[in-house]
Design a protein around this ligand. Structure first.
Ligand code: ZN
Length: 242
């Protein structure tokens, strides 16, 4: 039997009394687990398999999946949370669910997810979207798929008119790359730099958040059809992360 700390990303019921969960674990990376054993087992485990909580999981390795034998809640991040924080937690979960496909263990990523959920729970941020933004850009940064720079790599000019992310993952000026997959204006670039370098969004003006919110939506999600991801952005991401 194995045990690990895990952050529950998704939890659903299957069949009569099986519970399927997706979790990012400390020891085994992103994994799917199944709880079998009928009503009794479901009643025993259900209270400790809530989405957006940190739990200690015990399990055995079955032929095709990890079979849960026990779960104990350590920290629940959405107890008493405002609706917007709950939504932010679901967006972070959606990013993890869609973009982290490798099961390999990554301690930094585990701590990153933990830090993000805790920040939502403690309401320590000016805007819960900052937490989502930081998680997203940190994730790209950790994977080396988005490197924030001050100058265009091709012509070495400053980004006076913003920058464009090419399908090759390069940040170029809008003259060198008129048809990138995403355009950042100067304020976007500034805000991403701030978000990646600081722990708090307290000193940032509100309209910068608005900029980045629309940026993340454009990049990740189709407007108003959440959680369907923008396919072009997803394939751009997957090509680089996998
Ligand atoms: Zn250029």
């Amino acid at each position: 039997m194995d045990t690990t700390r895990a952050i529950i990303i998704r939890s659903e019921t299957s069949g009569e009394a099986d519970i399927l969960i997706t979790a990012y674990t400390e020891a085994f990376g992103k994994q799917n687990f199944v709880a079998r054993g009928g009503r009794k087992m479901e009643a025993k485990l259900r209270p400790d398999l809530k989405p957006y909580s940190l739990v200690e999981l015990s399990f055995v390795r079955g032929k095709n999946n990890f079979l849960l034998t026990g779960a104990k809640t350590i920290e629940n991040f959405t107890n008493g949370a405002a609706a917007k924080d709950f939504f932010a937690a679901s967006v972070i979960s959606s990013i993890i669910d869609t973009f982290i496909v490798q099961p390999e263990r990554d301690e930094r990523l585990f701590l990153n997810i933990l830090f993000s959920f805790r920040a939502l729970a403690n309401n320590s941020e000016k805007n819960s979207w900052v937490v989502v933004q930081r998680f997203f850009w940190d994730l790209l940064n950790l994977q080396g798929t988005f490197i924030l720079s001050k100058k265009c790599r091709q012509c070495t000019n400053n980004f006076n008119y913003g920058a464009s992310l090419t399908s090759d993952g390069e940040l170029l000026c809008t003259t060198c790359s008129p048809d990138g997959i995403f355009n950042f204006d100067q304020e976007d670039l500034y805000a991403i730099g701030q978000i990646l370098n600081s722990k708090s969004g307290e000193d940032m003006p509100g309209h910068v958040f608005e900029h980045l919110n629309s940026g993340l939506k454009t990049f990740l999600l189709k407007e108003k059809t959440y959680p369907a991801p923008n396919q072009q952005a997803v394939s751009w991401f997957l090509e680089r992360v996998i």
